[in-house]
Design a protein. Structure first.
Length: 63
């Protein structure tokens, strides 16, 4: 299973940029940068709403 070590350029669902490093949520990809954005975003932050909306779309799409 060494092919997991290959680096793929993936389109981040948050910023839409092609990144090598990040995490997979369902079949979507979120780059490191956006992931840390999400982690540090307060629930009361307006931006959090935006992020949740983006993620919801992704989750619904793959439900
Ligand atoms: Zn991103």
């Amino acid at each position: 299973m060494n092919n997991l070590n290959q680096h793929y350029q993936q389109f981040c669902v948050m910023c839409g940029e092609q990144k090598e490093n990040g995490i997979y949520i369902h079949s979507g990809f979120i780059c490191d940068q956006c992931e840390s954005e999400i982690v540090k975003t307060e629930v009361t932050d307006e931006k959090y709403n935006y992020i949740v909306q983006r993620l919801k779309k992704l989750w619904l799409k793959n439900a």
